[in-house]
Design a binder for this molecule. Structure first.
Ligand code: B3K
Ligand code: ZN
Length: 874
């Protein structure tokens, strides 16, 4: 920002004010044209105050053509940057605003834009103001009717929210369709799509017997990749009825897949718009993880129909009201349909590798932020994933029954309203009778709490005492921290691995301890031997642990804890303890060594035929560098990478037959279906291939060339990449030849190429940015290539000469004007860097400064660059 007077300003949660006017209904008419679309918006506007006041409408990148009030031309208005201020208004009136927009030039993909040849919209959070001047805030709920006019041959499908009301033909080859959505909604849920698509049709009969039409629109030629998305939608509709008693409301549910989309998908009422990544899949083009991702995101957007659409947010600071809750619901959906333990493990990996870093970084914020410059910057892992953990803690504290009672109260009280996070917790509290006043602090406090655990065993008294102390370190934006209400689920194991009964004062007590003070002690009676403490079963709270375990204790937990997640977590503790000392050895210039005890633990697991295959795959998958880095106060990129490589290599060469035998057994047993048993076999095979690559690379090549399915091919490519085997290039060449026509499938290839940590990585990435399948305009391609390089190729991104930082900054300079939202997501690895060494920090500061000086720096990047510089310079 060259001109400091033009600096973007922040909005504060505490400044919330109800709107002076509301809009009861709006009739929109779109005359679609790529470079000049005319939008007529006729609203019924009603003043909410007794005092006469101006109507202030939001609007951006609009050409205003005319304004009428009660059908009369109205001159009392002023247009300024981002606003239209209309004066001399009655208490209730009809407002007609005519604007013109340019969808073709809209490369930010907010508002009305073109994806390929189709028109589509993205309005959350504040994109509707790029369509017309409006009260573009979530607490203004209006009913919408939409008429769309367009060329019939080019745009045979004209879609919007709600039910189709009417249609007709016009002169000049045009046609029109009109839609009516009976449910009042905020502007961010508006959607319009126009184009030529292939259509998959199906239907769903609800629990009350209504038949809902289901329509899935995809680019021509993609019908053979739609079956799974449709099946997922029906599963989601059935699940929400069964588990939450929530039924769909409109007569039709439409999903459109588009190639150009900033995020995963959007829950627009009755008309979801999806990134094609979360719709299109068949066994040749997609991996099991893609299939699972589609199921989760289709579910997520569907679940928003109640948690988000029917009950929405009063203001954007309350975003986690709908997102945390809906993520919780989609996680439960995936867990009920598939493996609960594997889902829990995967979600915890995301928290530990990325959300904890966000909470310790320059953009730290509570799940309900207090201060926002650009709202799009707050669709974060904190609001979503930590937000879901907060809901999960409520579920743990109240139990399924209490939680569902709370949900019922929430829906009964607030259906059709725009409400706050407090309203949600109050509903939970009132329905369950549990005091949640202290629990609310999770909404206002940022940072990851650390639990320090001490225990004492008194043999004479047969008593075990457990003391837990909580502390949340200061975060960038909040120095004072208070004690939180934390559910801590524990188990005590005897030396032969049996769970000991928990009794206090002669009574059986719950395994969920409620920590509400800074420090608390619990005493358990009748404990006949020194037990091993299993902490945080099922990861009962998003916290870190500060406690010492012996290797023997960890082995006991890995083999005997009742909770599957806890067994996996025991292994994480074993591996991270090794990593800690190994990094010190590397730094001291010493040789590394992998102890017999660890090798033996893996050997026993590999030979254990009774263990769940999905769990075993997770046990064998060593945390990535980001997750390992979270355990360090100072991050030594090279030492961590070296230690991790050594660990995997040492296991591979110590147990070559075991890994190969298991890999082959999985391949043989796999019936190639999408059933969870088969998915588990393939994940286990993928985990083994990472090791096998070091000793029998020909098995990796065979897994690629002999398998018809993408899951195995990609597992082989990933193993080949990490071990750098000689067969790697042939595999990558083959993939490129087969798929270069298909950007979506090429994303996997770009991502692996960019994370290939070999000499010359950066030059390779630069060359790939010129690849015919790559495009800087497509967010998926940018994330695959540039995002993977910055996030998953630490050695080269953090090169000591600063070349990685410079390159990312060059890219950000381009994206800053073209697509600020994508730029702002991409900058994360450059700003979450406070734990790096001083030389690297200096190089990063230089690049952030470069961005800060850009003439036209977007609000999105401004907020992150400013905060980033502040934390690094502190
Ligand atoms: N609600 C959308 C995200 C909107 C993104 C705005 N930049 C997707 C979701 O969470 O379901
Ligand atoms: Zn969502």
């Amino acid at each position: 920002m060259a001109d400091s007077s033009a600096q973007p300003t922040a909005k504060y949660r505490s400044d919330y004010k109800a709107p002076d006017y509301t809009i009861e209904s709006v009739a929109l008419e779109f005359d679609l044209d790529p470079s000049a679309t005319k939008v007529i918006a006729v609203s019924t506007v009603v003043r909410q105050t007794n005092d006469i006041t101006d109507l202030v409408l939001d609007g951006e990148k609009l050409e205003l053509l005319s304004i009428k009030v009660n059908q009369q031309t109205h001159d009392a208005y002023q247009v300024s940057e981002g606003q239209l201020v209309i004066s001399e208004l009655p208490a209730r009136f009809e407002l007609e605003v005519v604007t013109r927009v340019n969808p073709k030039e809209n490369k930010a993909f907010e508002g009305l834009y073109q994806s390929g040849d189709a028109f589509c919209t993205q309005c959350e959070a504040e994109g509707f103001r790029r369509i017309t001047y409006f009260l573009d805030r979530p607490d203004v709920l209006a009913t919408y009717s939409t008429k769309i006019i367009a060329d019939k041959a080019q745009y045979p499908f004209l879609l919007s929210n709600g039910n189709k009301i009417d249609q007709g033909e016009l002169a000049g080859g045009k046609h029109w369709v009109s839609w009516q959505d009976p449910f009042p909604k905020p502007s961010y849920l508006f959607a319009l799509v126009a184009g030529d698509f292939d259509l998959l049709e199906d239907s769903f009969v609800t629990q009350s017997g209504r038949t809902i039409a289901l329509e899935l629109f995809v680019d021509k030629g993609n019908l053979d990749r739609t079956e799974h998305a449709m099946a997922s939608l029906k599963a989601a509709m059935r699940w929400d009825e069964a588990r939450f008693g929530l039924e769909y409301d409109l007569d039709i549910y439409m999903i459109v897949a588009v190639d150009f989309f900033n995020m995963g998908a959007m829950e627009n009422k009755g008309l979801n718009v999806f990134n094609s990544k979360y719709v299109l899949a068949n066994k040749q083009s997609a991996t099991d993880n893609d299939f699972l991702g589609i199921e989760a995101v289709i579910g997520h957007e569907y679940f928003h129909n109640w948690t988000g659409n029917r009950i929405t947010c009063r203001d954007w600071f309350q975003l986690s009201l709908k997102e945390g809750l809906t993520v919780f619901r989609d996680q439960e959906f995936s867990s009920d349909l598939g493996s609960r333990a594997v889902n829990r493990i995967k979600n915890v990996r995301i928290l530990r590798s990325h959300q904890f870093a966000e909470d310790a970084g320059p953009m730290a914020h509570p799940i309900r932020p207090d201060k926002v410059i650009e709202m799009n910057n707050f669709y974060t892992l904190t609001v979503y994933e930590k937000g879901s953990e907060v809901i999960r803690m409520l579920h743990t504290l109240l139990g399924e029954e209490g939680f569902q009672a709370g949900m019922k109260t929430y829906v009964e009280r607030h259906d059709g309203q725009a409400v706050t996070c407090d309203d949600f917790v109050n509903a939970m509290q009132d329905a369950s009778g549990k005091d949640l006043s202290l629990f609310k602090r999770w909404y206002s406090q940022s940072g990851t709490p650390v639990l320090k655990v001490q225990s004492e065993y008194n043999e004479a008294k047969q008593q075990y005492s457990l003391t837990i102390h909580q502390h949340t370190p200061a975060t960038a934006e909040q120095s004072e921290k208070q004690a939180l209400h934390i559910p801590v689920s524990v188990e005590l194991l005897s030396s032969n691995g049996e769970a000991l009964a928990l009794n206090s004062n002669g009574q059986a007590v719950s395994s969920v301890l409620e920590l509400t003070q800074q420090q608390q002690t619990w005493h358990f009676e009748g404990i006949s031997e020194q037990p091993t403490l299993v902490m945080l079963q099922e990861f009962s709270a998003p916290v870190k642990l500060d406690m010492e375990y012996s290797t023997d204790q960890l082995l006991l937990i890995i083999n005997h804890a009742s909770n599957t997640f806890a067994r996996w977590d025991g292994m994480q503790k074993l591996v991270s303890a090794w990593m800690k000392q190994a990094v010190e050895q590397v730094q001291a210039g010493n040789n590394l060594q992998l102890e017999e005890a660890i090798i033996n633990t893996f050997k026993l697991l590999l030979e254990d035929t009774s263990i769940d295959k999905g769990l075993l795959a997770e046990l064998l998958t060593i945390s990535g560098e980001n997750e390992i880095a979270d355990g360090f106060a100072q991050v030594d990129i090279d030492a961590i990478a070296q230690a991790r490589d050594f660990f995997i290599y040492s296991l591979a060469v110590a147990l070559p037959e075991q890994f190969a035998a298991l890999e082959q057994a999985c391949a043989k047993a796999d019936k190639q279906s999408l059933a969870h048993d088969d998915i588990n076999l393939r994940s286990l095979r993928a985990a083994c291939l990472q090791y096998v690559a070091h000793t029998q690379p020909e098995l990796v090549a065979a897994a690629y060339f002999d398998s018809p399915t993408m899951t195995n091919k990609l597992a082989a490519m990933s193993a080949a990449n990490n071990a750098g085997i000689q067969q790697r290039d042939a595999m990558f060449k083959d993939y490129e030849q087969n798929w270069q026509h298909d950007g979506l499938v090429m994303d996997k290839w770009f991502a692996l190429e960019a994370s290939y940590a070999k000499e010359g990585s950066l030059a390779r990435v630069k060359a790939l940015a010129e690849h015919p399948s790559f495009s800087m305009e497509n967010p998926n391609r940018v994330r695959s290539l540039i995002g993977s390089f910055a996030n998953n190729n630490a050695r080269h991104f953090h090169a000591k000469d600063g070349s990685g930082y410079r390159y990312l900054t060059d890219i950000l300079c381009v994206l800053n004007t073209q697509n600020p939202q994508v730029a702002s997501r991409l900058i994360t690895p450059l700003i979450q860097t406070v734990k790096l060494d001083d030389e690297r920090k200096a190089l990063i500061i230089e690049q952030l400064q470069r961005l800060a000086e850009l003439e036209d720096l977007s609000k999105d990047l401004f907020e992150k660059v400013t905060n980033g510089l502040q934390q690094l310079k502190a």
